[in-house]
Design a protein around this ligand. Structure first.
Ligand SMILES: [Zn+2]
Length: 248
C-alpha cells in the first residue's frame, strides 16, 4: 500500500467533486492519505430550485455538503477557510499564505492538486486559488516564512487539465492534447463520483446541466485527467496512474 499523501486545494465546495472525485477514490484505494482545503464556503452560490435552504443558511449548508462529499471520497481531512466567495482574489496574500502554509506543513503532502493558472473555466476564484496555492507551496519549503511547523517541500504539483472535466470523454484524441499528462479510468469509482456530486444538493442546477442531463453521462463520469505543473519527469504522456509507489 502506498504511503502517499495528496492535498487537494480548491476554491469552492463542489470543485473537488467536479475535478478530483474519481482520482481521490483511486488513490485512497491504493492506500494514499487524502486532505482537502477549500478556501470559501461558496456563500455566493445558488440555493437550488426549489431552494434547499435560505440564503442565510447557505454557507453552513454548503460546508455540510462538502464534508459529506469528502467522506464519500475517503478524504479524511477537510479544511474549510473563511474567504469570500466570488472575491477570493481580494484575499490578503499574507493571510491566505499563512493559512495554506500551515496546512502544507502539518499534512506534508507529496502531491498537491489545484486549478491550472486559468482556473479551468476562467473563474476568478479558481485562478486565485491556483496562484495562492503555488505561492504557499514555495513558502512552505522556505523556513524564513513565518508560520508554524517545519518547512516542507512538495514533490509534484498537478493542475486541472486543458479540457473541461465534463468534456474529457468526448475527445477522440485525448492523449494528443497538450495539457493532458495523466488520464485515469475511474469507471470503478463512478458511482462514488455520482454520490459526491449529488451531495452538493444546493448546486443541483449546474450539476444536472453539466453532468446528469447529458446523454453520455456514464462515459463522462468514467474519466479524469490532470496536467503536471512540475515534478519528477513523466516516463510517458499521458500516464494512466499516479506513480504512488515512489512515496512508500
Ligand atoms: Zn468552483
Amino acid at each position: 500500500m502506498s504511503g502517499a499523501r495528496i492535498l487537494f486545494s480548491f476554491a469552492h465546495p463542489d470543485d473537488e467533486s467536479f475535478t478530483g472525485a474519481g482520482v481521490a477514490c483511486q488513490c485512497a484505494a491504493a492506500g494514499a492519505e487524502l486532505a482537502l482545503v477549500t478556501a470559501t464556503r461558496g456563500q455566493a452560490g445558488k440555493v437550488g430550485d426549489p431552494p434547499v435552504c435560505t440564503r442565510d443558511e447557505l454557507p453552513a449548508t454548503r460546508e455540510r455538503e462538502l464534508r459529506a462529499a469528502a467522506e464519500i471520497l475517503d478524504i479524511r481531512q477537510v479544511h474549510v477557510l473563511d474567504y469570500k466567495d466570488k472575491a477570493l482574489a481580494e484575499a490578503a496574500p499574507d493571510r491566505i499564505r499563512t493559512d495554506l502554509v500551515s496546512v502544507l506543513r502539518a499534512f506534508r503532502p507529496h502531491i498537491v492538486v489545484t486549478f491550472d493558472p486559468n482556473g479551468l473555466n476562467q473563474h476568478p476564484d479558481h485562478i486565485a486559488i491556483s496562484r495562492f496555492t503555488s505561492d504557499a507551496i514555495a513558502a512552505a519549503a522556505d523556513g524564513r516564512w513565518a508560520s508554524d511547523g517545519q518547512p516542507h517541500r512538495v514533490d509534484r504539483l498537478l493542475w486541472t487539465p486543458s479540457v473541461p472535466p465534463w468534456e474529457l470523454a468526448r475527445q477522440a484524441d485525448l492523449a494528443l492534447h497538450p495539457g493532458i499528462d495523466f488520464v485515469f479510468d475511474i469507471e470503478p469509482w463512478r458511482e462514488r463520483k455520482v454520490a459526491a456530486l449529488r451531495a452538493h444538493r444546493t448546486q443541483h442546477l449546474a450539476i444536472d446541466r453539466l453532468w446528469f442531463s447529458q446523454d453520455d453521462v456514464e462515459r463522462l463520469l468514467s474519466v479524469e485527467a490532470y496536467r503536471q505543473a512540475w515534478g519528477p519527469a513523466l516516463t510517458e504522456v499521458p500516464m494512466r496512474e499516479l506513480p504512488l509507489a515512489a512515496y512508500e
